[in-house]
Design a protein around this ligand. Structure first.
Ligand SMILES: C[S@@+](CC[C@H](N)C(=O)[O-])C[C@H]1O[C@@H](n2cnc3c(N)ncnc32)[C@H](O)[C@@H]1O
Length: 226
């Protein structure tokens, strides 16, 4: 992102004090683990949290959880809904599908620290196969969030057509690129960018979803199912 965009994002995050110590600690865990920093931005986290509350989405499917940063934003939105609607916890669920076995206890522990274990379930599975299983079981969700391996985005889109309820929402991260806005490169040979470009075309031409892209961070697709 440009310095100007980074400055604006910092301004928003600090003005609205978007991250508390628990979210800051998840960022610290990622940094200390020495791997890539792959979480969504706090500005995106707040946005998706508000979307869940506004749309009253009770059943959420997250594909790709890493350290559970986005999971906490979703789980907290469900908790806010639950408090407002004064309903039992079993009416709300966040299902996180994460391929990396070593991330599972970390995600579960962060959700527990956030007091969200009653609302959340963490599944250790390859998303392609697990989403097929959910389709076979005829499961449907109010909101699906995709933030896993970019090369499979076109497959996840086709699975989302079956998994998102009519009137439900689809959110997808990194639809403008991985680090910069690589989708603008029409000559790219990077398979992940080609897959993202294909995903964007599928969404733009879809008869199942009405959607577009917000230029927040590296691009967030947002769509409603017909
Ligand atoms: C960008 S990170 C997710 C970040 C998380 N959504 C957040 O904002 O905090 C992508 C995650 O997807 C997981 N992943 C990659 N391929 C996957 C697959 N086929 N099925 C499930 N998870 C996958 C990776 O292990 C990684 O933890």
């Amino acid at each position: 992102m440009s310095d100007f965009r980074n400055e604006l994002t910092d301004y928003i995050c600090s003005t609205f004090k978007l991250e508390d110590s628990l979210l800051e600690n998840i960022i610290k865990q990622q940094s200390e683990a020495g791997g890539p920093m792959m979480n969504i931005g706090a500005d995106q986290g707040k946005f998706i949290n508000l979307l869940v509350q506004m749309s009253k989405s009770r059943e959420i499917l997250e594909v790709g959880s890493y350290f559970g940063y986005s999971s906490v934003w979703f789980g907290r939105a469900l908790k806010a809904l639950q408090d407002r609607e004064n309903c039992e916890a079993n009416h709300y669920s966040l299902t996180c599908v994460e391929k990396s076995g070593k991330q599972i206890p970390i995600i579960e522990n962060n959700l527990k620290k956030a007091g969200l274990e009653a609302l959340t379930e963490v599944i250790n599975a390859d998303a392609r196969a697990h989403l097929d299983k959910l389709i076979q079981e005829e499961r449907v969700f109010d909101l699906m969030f995709i933030d896993a391996d970019k090369g499979n985005y076109p497959t996840y889109f086709k699975q989302a057509e079956k998994l998102v309820k009519p009137g439900g929402l689809l959110l997808v991260d990194n639809v403008l690129g991985l680090h910069t806005y690589e989708v603008l490169d029409s000559k790219t040979e990077d398979k992940r960018i080609l897959a993202i470009q294909e995903f964007n075309k599928l969404l733009a031409e879809s008869h199942s979803f009405d959607g577009s892209i917000l230029t927040v961070q590296a691009g967030l697709a947002i769509a409603i199912k017909h």
